[in-house]
Design a protein around this ligand. Structure first.
Ligand SMILES: Cc1cc2nc3c(=O)[nH]c(=O)nc-3n(C[C@H](O)[C@H](O)[C@H](O)COP(=O)(O)O)c2cc1C
Length: 293
């Protein structure tokens, strides 16, 4: 009752581990994949990145603000780690890069990937992420160059801090197989005692409950205008949120910040979704876009 199909990938349920959340070790990915429909890795680039100095993550009342700075090993060592992943759910490798050529080159390191997710939306990295993901022409060029180098599904992860319909259409024209929306949204916090920004990077990306209505509206708008599948992400904490995103038009959803509060989150959400589908006697996939009727 929970199965969904996303660009020919068969997911046992629509819940996907979001990028950057427990996603650089094969063992953590495996643990999440026991109950999640698929897992996305931390974003990886060609070269190793140290990321920003601590503090990089703030836990506040309605979610998190992070500026980790895409800390990750280089593509080669990351690929060696991912080779150890035992595939009990599809593996989606998230890539970040500074040009279309770099994005395309990265794909060859990851034969174990079932799909690629292009990070066109990280709000706290210079000359990558959101900085390139706000330019519709560039988004189209990046997606089509990656598509010319791989036969695997390519997802464009875009930001609610853009004109999502314009950027989503550009990705679709570049032949993206799906759109993922949204990454974290720019935000900050100030410590009133020291009178200084808390994050070493000054600002970061807001995730968690606070951004759910924003992400939901993005899914809604994209479903009205695009024909490729949409993956909704942002602030999902309960099974009802998942149902809401699917009714708005999401084929699948990603869950990030909520996992920090319980590593058994996917299990309990799955059990609730099973109970819900028993009650409605409908497959979850029947809900996709139903709120538009
Ligand atoms: C600590 C942290 C690290 C993240 N790292 C990445 C990343 O490497 N690549 C990426 O595309 N998104 C990254 N994200 C964004 C999440 O994948 C997700 O889009 C966002 O947090 C919204 O979902 P949520 O509200 O369920 O957390 C990160 C988020 C957090 C909180």
């Amino acid at each position: 009752m929970l199965e969904v199909e996303l660009c020919n990938l068969k997911l046992k349920n629509p819940m996907v581990l979001a990028s950057g959340i427990l996603g650089s070790k094969s063992s953590s990915l495996y643990r999440m994949a026991e109950d999640a429909g698929a897992v996305v890795t931390k974003s990886v680039g060609l070269h190793a990145r140290e990321g920003y100095r601590n503090p990089t993550v703030i836990n506040y009342a309605h979610g998190l603000i992070n500026a980790v700075g895409l800390a990750s090993p280089n593509a080669e060592s990351f690929a060696r780690e991912l080779e150890k992943y035992v595939k009990i759910a599809p593996l989606i490798v998230s890539l970040y890069a500074f040009s279309a050529e770099e994005f395309a080159e990265l794909t060859k390191f990851f034969p174990m990937a079932d799909a690629f997710e292009l990070n066109l939306s990280c709000p706290h990295i210079k000359k990558a992420g959101l900085e390139i993901g706000s330019d519709a022409e560039l988004v189209k060029e990046i997606v089509s160059m990656v598509k010319s180098k791989t036969k695997k599904p390519v997802f464009a992860k875009i930001s609610a801090m853009t004109n999502v319909v314009e950027i989503g259409k550009a990705a679709e024209e570049g032949k993206a197989d799906a759109i993922v929306v949204t990454n974290t949204l720019k935000g900050m916090a100030i410590d009133i005692m020291s009178r200084k920004p808390i994050l070493s990077n000054i600002s970061g990306g807001v995730s968690g409950e606070a951004i759910k209505p924003i992400a939901l509206k993005c899914v809604w708008d994209l479903y009205e205008e695009l024909s490729i599948p949409i993956v909704g992400v942002g602030g999902i904490t309960t099974w009802k949120d998942i149902v809401e995103f699917m009714l708005a038009g999401a084929t699948a959803v990603q869950i990030g910040s909520a996992i920090f509060y319980s590593s058994r989150y996917f299990y309990s959400l799955k059990e609730s979704l099973i109970a819900y589908t028993r009650w409605t006697k409908e497959k979850l996939s029947d809900l996709i876009g139903k709120a538009h009727n």
